[in-house]
Design a protein around this ligand. Structure first.
Ligand code: 13P
Length: 250
């Protein structure tokens, strides 16, 4: 079976309202003919409503970059899945390496967020990946499998089939040092094998697995040509509509 490619923008902590609107206005005509792939923008929380407004009538999807697992309550500074749904988000990035390593999010927290997102009807984009020292010590497989094991604990099989996993080696993020197609493919094969063994053949066949880490218009196609790589999660190169359109039209 063929999975629909997904090209996802993670804007991280960039842009203000006028820039977000201008981005969507510039992007939409460039991708108007795109039918066979999904396109997603994950803006910072304050820009979600503006992007939603600017995308009206288009097929552009919206996601958030994080959320908390509780539905409501005294959690100053946090945002719930219900709030994201209310803003028409369909996706939420969870376990991004910047959440793990800048903000100290652990595997158990990421697991709770994943389950809460699914229960609220959001599609999690679960990010996994090893740090440079872990790769140098040949620990990539161990690290990625351990993250998957813990982050997907108690997630129902049917939910895994429709979720997204992004392999984002930490050393490739924002460094310009993108993973070789072989390294990306090997890690993504490993992830699909894990999903197969834990959640069965249907989930493994359906789950979309992306590569992320210094993806640029110049290297996008080499990843998309690999069997099993279903798309890209893009930071820096997703900030400019020209460059993001090139990634989408790879
Ligand atoms: P860059 O594309 O800037 O390397 O960021 C990748 C990333 O972290 C996407 O989530």
């Amino acid at each position: 079976m063929s999975r629909r490619p997904l090209i996802a923008a993670n804007w991280k902590m960039h842009k203000v309202t006028a820039e977000a609107k201008a981005f969507v206005t510039a992007l939409l005509p460039k991708i108007a003919e795109v039918r066979d792939r999904d396109v997603l923008v994950c803006p910072p929380f304050p820009l979600i409503a503006s992007v939603d407004d600017a995308r009206k009538g288009s097929k552009l999807s919206i996601g958030a970059q994080n959320m908390y697992f509780e539905e409501k309550g005294a959690f100053t500074g946090e945002v719930s899945a219900t709030m994201l749904k209310d803003l028409h988000c369909e996706f939420v990035i969870l376990g991004h390496s910047e959440r793990r390593w800048v903000f100290g999010e652990g595997d158990e927290l990421i697991n709770k967020k994943t389950i809460a997102a699914i229960n609220a009807g959001l599609i999690p984009i679960l990010c996994v990946g090893e740090k440079l020292d872990e790769r140098e010590k040949n620990m990539t497989e161990q690290v990625v499998l351990n993250q998957l094991d813990k982050n997907l604990k108690s997630v129902p099989e049917h939910a895994v089939a429709s979720m997204i996993i992004a392999y984002e080696p930490v050393w490739a993020i924002g460094t310009g040092r993108n993973a070789s197609t072989k390294d990306a493919k090997d890690a993504i094969t490993l992830i699909r094998e894990f999903i197969h063994s834990r959640f069965g053949a249907t989930s493994a066949e359906k789950v979309r697995i992306l590569y992320g880490g210094s993806v640029k218009p110049e290297n996008m196609k080499q990843y998309m040509d690999q069997e099993g790589i279903d798309g890209a999660l893009v930071g820096g190169a997703s900030l400019d509509p020209e460059s993001f359109a090139k990634l989408i039209l790879y």
